[in-house]
Ligand binder design. Sequence first.
Ligand code: SF4
Length: 399
Amino acid sequence: MTDEPTPLSPRRQSRPVYVGDVQVGGDAPVVVQTMTNTDTADAAATLEQIARLADAGAEIVRVAVPDRRAAEAVPEIVRRTPVPLIADIHFDHRLALASIEAGIHGLRLNPGNIRDAAKVRQVVQAAKERGISIRIGVNEGSLPPIPALADGELPPPKVQRMVDAALWEIAILTDMGFEDIKLSLKAFDVPTMVSAYREIAGRVPYPLHLGVTEAGTPGAGSVRSAVGIGILLAEGIGDTIRVSLAADPAEELPVCWDILKSLNIRFRGATIVACPTCGRIEVDLIPLAKQVEEHFQTLGKPITVAVMGCVVNGPGESRDADIGLAAGKGRGAIFRKGEVVRIVSEDQFLSALMEEGAKVIAEKFGDEAPAPPTSRDGDFIPLAPAASPRLPGRAARRG
Ligand code: SF4
């Protein structure tokens, strides 16, 4: 692009925490995460999925630890994971204690369902001793019960109940001198979720994990997540994101990255600008755009490629991209860095874009292996000063 891509708002300042060697909050880029859907007790299947999710762009992965069988598999999973792991704990604080003992890198707890402050304190003490962070995960579907109301008294609005639940649990942790806290206040209803995050963002310094809970199937759920997460990120609120879809969790990751790319917050892989086609089109553009996307996503380099169907917007968009095609009837102009470099026939559109793209990538990145995700400044993701000894594969993965 000719103008430097910049986010809409400066980031809210938050207190940094670490999940293994990944910093969340502070000056770290917004971190992308997801959650496995394998049976955690099946360590091999869970590890296979974690590796696939890491390859697709997950920087932290959460695993459910619903019972003792799952907890018993955690040591093996922690030993072999390529990315830091968070244990998702509901109801039974002993599963949190077992996961901590197994070397888990972070915990997610729900204040609505452990309820007993003494048990939460036991978990916090163990987390403190191991130096691991805790996400307080408030969910609109599992809020603490509403206290008895006087005659005529109305229950507090849901947003207030969500914020109050978070503040209650925060107080338990901070009363013990524990500050390595992340927070999420998820709801399916986007205005509720946005209001809850806005409210808590102004009241506490902790990093925020953004998400729309149970967002739905890939189409509708991606849109709902993009709206909710996107509104907050556009305002500078949010330090890590998860898109929750009723799908293979690998499908969540391109959505996360597209949200970040759309707001000029972070870039991973190619950005494809493609015209929607209309009655002016004189080439078969839609399959070409798909082929171009597949090719450049495989290369994994953060360049912009424009595939445009005619002379109305084609030259303008193509000039602004790293490479572009402005197609006409039977032939088209290939742009590189704003200049027309070739006029080619329709059967050469794809090969010409691939060749010119290779030149741009060589100029920008040399012979490097495919790049890891970049921050909005183009820097590699900052890591904690010392890599976790529990993550032997991580340095290699980051190149
Ligand atoms: S670039 Fe041309 S063909 Fe594509 S949508 Fe715009 S006007 Fe139509």
